[in-house]
Design a protein around this ligand. Sequence first.
Ligand SMILES: [Zn+2]
Ligand SMILES: [Zn+2]
Length: 1019
Amino acid sequence: MFRPLTRVPDHPAIELEILEWWAEHGIFDRLRETNRGGPTWSFFDGPVTANRMALGVHTAWGRTLKDVFQRYKALQGYHQRYQNGFDCQGLWIEVGVERELGLNSKREIEEYGLAEFARRCRDVVVRSSRALTEGSIRLGQWMDWGNDYFTFSDTNIEYIWRFLKHVHDRGWLYLGHRSTEWCPRCGTSLSQHELTQAGVYQERSDPSLYVRFPLLERPEESLVVWTTTPWTLPANVAAAVKPDAEYGRRENGEWVATARYPDEPFDRRALGEELVGLRYRGPFDDLGPGGEVDHRVIPWDEVSLEEGTGIVHIATGAGQEDFELGRLHDLPVLSPVDEAGRFYDSYGWLHGLSTSEAADQIVGRLAEQGYLLEAGVYLHRYPHCWRCDTPLIWRVTDDWLIAVDDLRQRLLDANATVEWTPAYMGKRMDDWLRNMGDWNISRRRYYGLPLPFYPCGCGHLNVIGSRVELEERALGGLEQLEELRRPWIDAVPIRCAECGQPVERIKEVGDVWLDAGIVPFSTLGWENPEYVPQGYATGAAEGLTSADLPDHAYWERWFPADWVSEMREQIRLWFYSQLFMSVVLTGRAPFRAVLGYEKMLDEKGREMHSSWGNTIDAPDAFARIGADVMRWQFCAQPPDRNLLFGYGPAQEIKRKLLTLWNSVRFLVDYGNIEGFTPSLDDLASPPVGDGFRPLDRWLAARTQQYVQEATAALEDQLTYRLIESFDGFVDDVSNWYIRRSRRRFWDGEEAALRVLWHALVQGIRGISPVMPFLSEHLWQALVADACEDAPASVFLAGWPKAPEPDVALLAEIAEVRAIVGLGHRARDAAGIKLRQPLRSLLVEGAEVAVGHAGEIAEELRVKSVAFEPLAGAGIRAKPNLRLLGPRLGGRLPAIRAALAEGRFEQLPGGRVRVEGLDLEPEEVFVERSAPQGWALAEEGQLAVALDVRLDSELELEGRVYDLVHAVNSMRKEQGLAITDRIVLTLPDGGDLDRFLDWVKSETLAVEIEHGSELAVRKA
Ligand SMILES: [Zn+2]
Ligand SMILES: [Zn+2]
């Protein structure tokens, strides 16, 4: 017996039940145990940042894809690691804690105390990792929970130290003095790849200023510059002109590029190169630093003539290009603001002001002194801190960098070995690798990887590569070293290897992408001599995980990953840092295949932002629509397009799942009536042979085709193709096989029950990686409960295999369904409901459906079907008024009439000749028209014509069908079971006598009485 199904599925309730059942029966453990001896399939999980207190739907998307492919590979017998990871350091974590504690600057963090701050950061990771784990389990993700990696473990840190020492040994590590993007709130520089993250560039309005710089040698003349960053003017050191561009002097002595002001009269013109070398008075020379600078005009080929005045204000200490230009011309560097973006004391009345506070005062002072020509507002896209949203500034700082030029070609070569899906994402990686600058790895923050750099006064840079090395060279402080982390690590000075003097660590911490990039080494035990059970749980990770620190043999077994998958943004982030570190350490790419996917937006296509209130936490979605529906929505998404996520599309998905549910329920109900017992053998080879009809053979073939399509879709990593295939399959099962076989189920025909059972079970198995809960629930109803010796879980049953389907048969029925679809369209067009029988249907262009005339006739309720050209059909043409109206003017009515009356000729290429005029295909709509009394529908080469003329006989039959429909509706309303027999009361009159036997059989009536009105009662 099958376990009966409820009328509709309650997805969240089913899911909670299945979760409990999986846990209780250790299904995942049993699956892993079964696969332990199988071939390996290696997947590295990109760590999710442990700072949110609930799983977000965007994270759920990625986790769904990871789970789908891990489940698919497990069903195929692959042994896997299932290690989940958490990202635990860096600004995400710090900024969250700062908010919790109400801290607003680095000074306040230091006053609060770094040790306590570090503990609070760890606490966030602990709480968040629990919440994310809970959400992921609810999503149905099967991972080795409890053996997760945490990037703040001392082991992870030591592995990065090893990497950095290696980089230093190769001569790639250097302290750069340069201008970088800087977040004044976070007090740190950011690296190029951080600026590529979503949300960094935002629209913003800034002042647009035109400012005069008076020329020293020419008292009545001045240069006009344009700037949108007033705070950089006190740091001005030069003005740049384009040497080969023409400049003009206005009557009032102002110089600008003539190309910018083509309509202005100029009293003198000169090439830029003639202006080079002129000296001018800086706008803030009354402030100390500016006064000491010899301001002059310099040449620069890159000066833009697209905006501004063609003369560019150069502040070497406050702009990247300015800094580089300054190097070229040996210009002084004025750095006006400190780490927090506030003016230094040397800037007199500006001191202590932030760059935005200073802007108003600077504009005011320029106006007072007569230097300001024009002040407006400029709207542009401007970079913001990816974490705290503060507009970035440029500062000249000392940062630690890894030189990439030596590595660039090796990185490109390694990337060429990776199979990217979609392919364009691999090209994006190539572009990035070709154009990226040196990797800025240092951040002036607290809760992060401590960079193990100890520069000594003697000029030697000591780089520590391991904890053992640190302990050997430490001069003290080891007893207080709780974790390899600030503040504790800062209290461990070492002895310089060169001169023997004590040296202290630099204060900087590392870029977080180092933390995640080292994962393929730190979690797999690269070069580790001995396998240490639970050895990964070191430092801050102690007590949070039981993850082992494996040995090198283990690394060799699992490196590189067969597959990784993350959002496209990770090309320049995690995919990049992993590739980089792996190429440095091994010369190879760390992954063989990547599945990338685009962004998640809200239903209306907007970015999701917590401040806009349009983010969705996964737990809310679990409760409202269930995990399976979410997973379906994620998987239906082609990876090269943004996913618009919301509850709207969920309704449509639930409707589709209801079709599946109803099909299973249909089988369960009729199977139980018959006492049908399915056999597992039917899953090994499709049930065909004696006693099976062509329609059964078709469903078996259709099932084989579906299994093959599902397998191919997952092999190609394109889940949306699996969804499309499943969708079409369920429609064929429900709207063709079941509908055409109802009577056989009423009669309890075993062949029909067997072939439908086979189709539904294989259908469920193929979709089980996407919808693990519903599939498991239906497997239990259809298989586990009903078959002897059946696997308890669909996930213990392996991946279905299918022999080659009978493609000729599939093509026949596909064409039959297309013809029937056209027939329905023709009926709709004529406004005739399906219950009304009709005389005949003509079919033109069919290739393989000819043997199925009977089925087509039944489906469309016509007496005859003929395969022949639609002889009586004409061609109808209508003018496209939008195009022809303007072209023809007064001739239009005549042309229109000629087209309507059929007085036209069709020319090759879709053109039409009418009244001596040739019309282009787009100017006229040509379609086939049915003769009087017929309705026509066509698609591609197939066309059908339906005779829609009614005679009294047809009308009478139509009334009989109406009667049967009415009786069956009454049966349902009265809640009769599908097998209940009835006594039917028919109103007197009517001429239905010769149809009564048929009415009885269609309504399970055992007796017909005559009375005043239609009535039904249980017999
Ligand atoms: Zn910031
Ligand atoms: Zn030294």
